[in-house]
Design a protein around this ligand. Structure first.
Ligand SMILES: NC(=O)c1ccc[n+]([C@@H]2O[C@H](COP(=O)([O-])OP(=O)(O)OC[C@H]3O[C@@H](n4cnc5c(N)ncnc54)[C@H](OP(=O)(O)O)[C@@H]3O)[C@@H](O)[C@H]2O)c1
Length: 239
């Protein structure tokens, strides 16, 4: 089936979000790509894919912005089959350790990355309910959000934000699971060259990673029983 897909954080061509947009468009799906600021490369895709691509401006740190984007999308289509929360924010102190990092920067990272994803889910939930299939929410998390596997002394804001996103995933799974209409997971997407730099040692390009995730997501759509935190290789990952 062709689906209506919404993906957040799609404005960087080397990033995972833009490449997920590309993968779903190439598969024939209708994609809503959300951005904060204009992205010329998405406009090029818009010329190619026409009504199959909707570009929405949405700042996920702002509830009014998210609600306005949802209202705009509802005027264009009646349902969503898949929502991918990909957008992320990290502070400039992300690489610093506890003693050097400005702790006052942490809240913004958590607000955008974890609460932002929840704002998006809440605003677009009625459109997910209208899906003729089981609707799916995939929160792009990270192994860095695993509390039990944590080995780092840096990336405090990022790790806290992804751990919060994982908690939100579990809470919303409990909230939605009764009627088996909307399914939700958090996913470690693999180690990816999302900066587009050839000297980045990560094994996957964003385009490769997006292809793997697209196949994985379809396998998980009706899995209401399995573990909620998974990897791109469909392995359970500890919270
Ligand atoms: N790279 C890896 O190996 C790896 C590993 C594990 C997990 N991940 C996850 O994979 C995902 C994609 O990574 P990436 O490096 O491609 O991400 P990214 O480029 O750093 O960020 C994705 C997008 O999020 C958007 N964004 C930031 N703040 C926003 C806000 N307030 N409202 C709306 N959008 C906002 C950015 O928009 P602007 O363009 O406007 O800044 C950006 O385009 C992330 O969730 C990341 O945590 C990556």
């Amino acid at each position: 089936m062709f689906q209506n897909v919404l993906i957040t954080g799609t404005g960087k061509t080397a990033g995972l979000g833009f490449n997920l947009v590309l993968r779903y468009l190439e598969a024939g799906d209708t994609v809503t790509a959300t951005i904060r600021k204009p992205c010329p490369e998405l406009e090029v895709l818009k010329e190619q894919y026409s009504s199959k691509l909707v570009i929405l401006t949405m700042d996920i740190s702002n509830t009014d912005s998210v609600n306005a984007a949802a209202e705009e999308l509802r005027s264009k289509m009646d349902h969503l089959d898949l929502l991918i929360n990909n957008a992320v924010n990290v502070s400039p102190d992300c690489d610093k350790n506890f003693f050097d990092a400005d702790l006052d920067l942490i809240a913004r990272t958590v607000d955008i990355t974890a609460v932002g994803a929840m704002r998006v889910i809440k605003a677009f939930y009625p459109m997910l309910l209208n899906s003729p299939e089981t609707a799916l929410i995939m929160n792009i998390s990270s192994e860095a959000g695993s509390i039990s596997k944590c080995y780092r002394t840096n990336m405090i804001d990022y790790g806290m934000a992804k751990a919060a996103m994982n908690m939100a995933t579990m809470n919303l799974y409990n909230t939605f699971k009764e009627n088996r209409k909307v399914n939700i997971f958090c996913v470690h997407p693999g180690w990816i060259r999302t900066d587009g730099r050839p000297d980045n040692p990560a094994p996957l390009s964003s385009y490769e990673a997006a292809g793997i995730l697209r196949s994985l997501f379809e396998k998980k759509r009706d899995d209401f029983e399995g573990h909620r935190f998974i990897t791109n290789l469909d392995e359970d990952y500890p919270f």
